[in-house]
Design a protein around this ligand. Structure first.
Ligand SMILES: [Cu+2]
Length: 161
């Protein structure tokens, strides 16, 4: 079978591109340990009082390591009574914070300005992400998933001191 030389070039180009993508995927998984985000745990959104979300808030778990449990509900983030509403979370510089976040009602978003954290909060699923706060400053937590009439007032603040 005769293949036109331009067709042959295109076939080679497609083969090389596919090979490069497959190699990049293998390197990402084996060398860099990159995984697709998956739900950490499932919870019943009507029974959050029987889970870690019964008492949202920030806990210190080691030197410069914290755990923040946050519940999203139309139209506020609840990070415990100490954080207030809208919540203000304070962490010292160079702290590592693991966020556990879930939604109690509809889908919400959880994005931390200036950091690579952008979680989709699906009712019934626990979203988890670990963030290193190295630069002092004020960073907003934003709901970036349109969730209704009060969506624009759904935010919080992280202050890195
Ligand atoms: Cu929203």
């Amino acid at each position: 079978m005769e293949i036109n030389k331009f067709e042959r070039y295109w076939l080679i180009a497609v083969g090389l591109t596919l090979g490069a993508f497959i190699a990049a995927t293998i390197v990402a998984v084996t060398v860099f340990g990159i995984r697709l985000p998956s739900p950490v745990e499932r919870v019943n959104p009507q029974r959050l009082d029987q889970t870690i979300f019964a008492s949202p808030g920030v806990r210190k778990i080691a030197d410069n390591r914290y755990e923040a449990v946050i519940v999203a509900k139309s139209w506020a983030f609840n990070a415990g009574p100490e954080a207030g509403s809208p919540p203000v979370l304070r962490f010292p510089r160079r702290s590592q914070v693991t966020f556990y976040v879930t939604s109690q009602d509809v889908m919400h978003g959880f994005q931390i300005e200036g950091h690579t954290i952008n979680l989709e909060l699906v009712p019934g699923q626990v979203a988890r992400a670990t963030v290193n706060f190295n630069r002092p400053g004020e960073y907003n937590i934003i709901c970036n998933h349109y969730c209704g009439a009060g969506h624009h007032v759904m935010y919080g603040t992280i202050i890195v001191e």
